[in-house]
Ligand binder design. Structure first.
Ligand code: HSE
Length: 426
């Protein structure tokens, strides 16, 4: 039987989950996949953590050179996260002839061109299913199962922390700050949540997914990014009244004018399948010209779900003789022929605090009209301050830059202040 040795770099949450899956399923993989996969080594500075997981002491090492020179290791799993030392370790493994499986979205997003070059040069595999949406098998779906399609759009809830926070704000009517605190206590959000709540994590994932979907490099720097830190509970309440859920969405479109990529909070119709994706669950909704719509749903993080994606890559690598690489020219920057749409079109939700007197609404709608913005729905609520009223509007489709100019004009009148502008996904 074919024997395959694995080394795991980092025995944190995901590394520990991967170790557990591999060791507990060894006989199952032998029987069903005809391959004997063993963990030959772990790189973990906290020796006790490795011992607690059941790793034999002679398999715990503290430097990458030992792993690179070990002939019993075929596949190196990188689950350290961050850029360094992860990048140096991955390059060292590839350059010593080992295939690499990584869950590191930031590393893969920013340096896949360099890593892939090293993998090709050394004729080894580079696998990254676990970089995007944890246990949800979206990378392989794009690489192997949907490749007969021209993918026209990809839309997803691809960050569990922010989805948990927005879901709880919606369920409990609690503020962002309150829910974040609770999420940190429960271990759903990190002590420094910036990477998740400001949308960076989603842009790394969207860069990878849209490059694969649209067959051209989509650097994360081309992605419009806005996080959830300014979301007010009032917006969730009004969104519900209009029949929408508020989600942090990652959107990629390949249209006539070019590629449009953005990560931002958005109102999505409560009947859309993504609107029902709650708590820390993730989902990706893909439109292809033949398949129509496909939605992949599941756990976007966690020891065993992410471990499942890693082990899937290990078995794939162990059972496929030839390695395949990107379906696009994998360079650092976008190909000069790729056009990116920045002034994108959307419907918008606008919440204003306006003076409650005759002529104010008509003044606001005439300023919107001046910038070719047409209103499709409008509601005036009772204000908490005497003489002031919240006005909530949904517009027809218009361009982002029109909205920016209209908001500046409205704020300059002194009769109304725009409190919130959110995009609406139709
Ligand atoms: N921090 C990520 C999330 C999980 O909250 O979804 C790992 O990608």
């Amino acid at each position: 039987m074919k024997k395959v040795g694995v080394a795991i770099l980092g025995l944190g949450v995901v590394g520990g989950g991967t170790y557990k899956i591999l060791t507990e399923h060894r006989d199952f993989y032998k029987k069903n996949h005809g391959v004997d996969i063993t963990v030959e080594s772990v790189l973990e500075l906290n020796k006790q953590r490795a011992v607690n997981l059941g790793v034999q002491e002679n398999k715990i090492c503290s430097n990458i050179a030992e792993i690179c020179s070990n002939p019993d290791i075929d596949i190196v799993v990188e689950v350290i996260g961050g850029l360094e030392p992860a990048k140096s370790f991955v390059l060292a493994a590839l350059n010593s002839g080992k295939s690499v499986v990584t869950s590191n979205k930031e590393l893969y997003c920013k340096y896949s061109h360099e890593l892939e070059k090293a993998a090709k040069k050394n004729k080894v595999g580079l696998f990254y299913e676990a970089t995007c949406v944890g246990g949800v098998p979206v990378i392989r779906a794009l690489l192997d199962n949907l490749q007969g399609n021209k993918i026209t759009s990809i839309m997803g809830i691809i960050n569990g922390t922010t989805n948990y926070i927005l879901s709880k704000m919606s369920d409990k009517g609690a503020s962002y700050e309150e829910v974040l605190k609770e999420a940190q206590l429960l271990g759903y959000a990190e002590a420094n949540p910036t990477n998740d709540v400001e949308g960076y994590d989603s842009t790394y994932k969207l860069s990878i997914l849209s490059s694969l979907s649209f067959h051209t490099k989509v650097p994360y720097t081309e992605i419009y990014r806005e996080g959830i830190t300014k979301i007010n509970i009032a917006d969730i309440k009004y969104a519900k009244q209009f029949g929408y859920a508020l989600k942090l969405l990652a959107l990629g479109k390949d249209g006539e004018n070019g590629i449009e990529v953005r990560v931002h909070p958005a109102l999505i119709k409560s009947t859309h399948p993504l609107a029902g994706v709650n708590d820390s669950y993730n989902a990706v909704y893909i439109a292809g010209d033949s398949v129509e719509n496909v939605m992949l749903y599941g756990r976007g993080a966690g020891a065993l779900p992410t471990g499942s994606a890693i082990v899937g890559d290990i078995i794939y690598c162990a059972t496929h003789p030839n390695h395949s690489y990107s379906t696009f020219k994998n360079t650092e920057n976008a190909d000069p022929s790729t056009k990116f749409v920045k002034n994108f079109e959307s419907e918008y939700y606008i919440r204003l605090s306006a003076k409650d007197k005759a002529g104010v609404l008509s003044k606001i709608t005439s300023l919107l009209g001046k910038h070719s913005i047409s209103v499709s729905q409008v509601v005036q609520d009772k204000g908490e301050t005497e003489g002031q009223a919240p006005l909530i509007m949904i517009t027809h489709e218009t361009k982002e830059h029109n909205i920016e100019k209209a908001v500046a004009d409205i704020n300059a009148t002194g009769i109304a202040e725009v409190n919130s502008v959110l995009r609406v996904v139709s």
